[in-house]
Design a protein around this ligand. Structure first.
Ligand SMILES: Cc1ncc(COP(=O)(O)O)c(C=O)c1O
Length: 385
């Protein structure tokens, strides 16, 4: 049940000049936490409770509390969190689920895995978040759920989506993979919809040293069902009441994540500081800077600019030791795997235009001010400023 993601291991191979500002630097985070991490790992190994042990239980409670939800259910990945969430809601053939075409593929995959129909709705050109008006146009009597993705670190317009969903009995399943710690009108993402799905993929704001994910919910019955679904549909060992999965958050990963969680707010604050420093450095340039929607606190999983000269700028930066990675270069409705959905170029013009113009820049808490300034100076140089 693992998404194919080889392209996301960001060791960028290049015969270019020496890298001045790595696109990511997971080793720096490990170095800072090495002693505590090794102690936590050693304790799990010595305790020999490797599956669904005390760290998973404690971490589920800690994430639930952190997000403001009542229950947390640790699963194997963010992709599985979405799949199990849709399964728990009994979404299946004949149902439609609306999501964004401008995101990582996992939410669309989870819909497909249920045998339901993937329905895309276009995005806002400045926040890149799903546009509630576009969602309204795609809503039908068959719509059973909406998966808003809190892309790049800020929440989709949950109030407008709720207003659309609630009277029609449509479930909101929040994809919080990129937004752990962000809030919408003061509420933690994940705790607002019926279910909230998190990823602890290593590059996320709260990243494990391997795969990991979590579903949070305020609904006790759904929490119970999810706990069964992740272990082959059992409540009692060897008695299977549901068609389930093997999708558990690993005890070792939970122990490592518990070392990191107390640092998350500090890391997210540092990301916001870096974002502000980039934006100040880019003032006056003919590019579009990230926008935080009203009511949101943004945790800047990604800091991305828009430029008509994106490809030239990317090359200019690479040549000066600033490798970058474009996501997402191809919106989901244009992916080969979804050809049978019958979408074509022009169906989601905003997502398509953003895909052509977007350039994510290095963004992680360990970036120094000097590195941020180096990037900003190179971008200014490109524009002759
Ligand atoms: C928006 C979004 N949803 C879901 C996922 C899936 O998470 P995972 O890689 O843990 O399966 C990711 C991350 O990779 C993501 O960015």
């Amino acid at each position: 049940m693992r998404a194919h993601k080889s392209e996301r291991h960001f060791t960028i191979q290049t015969s270019q000049p020496p890298v001045q500002v790595p696109f990511l630097n997971l080793a720096a985070q490990y170095a800072a936490l090495k002693d505590e991490t090794l102690q936590a790992v050693e304790k799990v190994l010595a305790g020999a409770h490797y599956i669904l042990g005390p760290n998973v239980a404690a971490f589920e409670q800690e994430i639930a509390t952190y997000t403001g939800a009542r229950f947390g259910i640790g699963v194997n990945s963010g992709s599985d969190a979405l799949t199990l969430a849709l399964r728990a809601l009994e979404i299946g053939p004949g149902d439609e689920v609306i999501t964004t075409p401008f995101t990582y593929i996992a939410p669309a995959e989870s819909i497909h895995q249920m045998g339901a129909k993937i329905v895309f709705a276009d995005i806002n050109p400045r926040t890149f978040l799903i546009d509630p008006q576009a969602v309204a146009k795609k809503t039908s009597a068959r719509t059973k759920a909406i998966i808003p993705v809190h892309l790049f670190g800020q929440a989709a317009s949950m109030d407008e989506l709720q207003a659309l969903a609630k009277p029609r009995g449509i479930h909101l399943v929040e994809d919080c993979a990129q937004a752990v710690g962000s809030t919408y009108l003061g509420r933690g993402v994940g705790s607002i919809g019926r279910l909230g799905c998190f990823s602890f993929y290593p590059t996320k704001n709260l990243g494990a040293d391997g795969d990991g994910g979590m579903v949070v919910t305020n609904d006790e019955a759904l929490a119970k069902k999810l706990k069964m679904l992740r272990v082959h549909g059992i409540e009692r060992r060897y008695y299977h009441d549901l068609h389930g999965y093997n999708s558990r958050l690993d005890e070792l990963q939970a122990a490592i994540l518990r070392v990191k969680l107390p640092r998350l707010n500090g890391w997210n604050a540092r990301r916001a500081t870096i974002a502000a420093r980039y934006s100040a450095g880019f003032a006056g340039l003919p590019i579009e800077l990230p926008v935080t929607a009203p009511g949101n606190s943004h945790v800047f999983h990604v800091y991305a600019i828009l430029s008509d000269l994106r490809d030239e700028l990317q090359k200019f930066l690479t040549d000066r030791g600033v490798p970058t990675l474009i996501y997402y270069p191809q919106p989901l409705h244009r992916q080969k795997v979804y050809e049978d959905l019958g979408y074509s170029e022009g169906d989601f013009p905003v997502a398509e235009a953003v895909s052509r113009r977007i350039l994510p820049l290095p963004m992680y808490p360990e970036l120094t001010d000097e590195q941020v300034d180096y990037v900003a100076t190179r971008v200014r140089e490109f524009f002759g400023k």
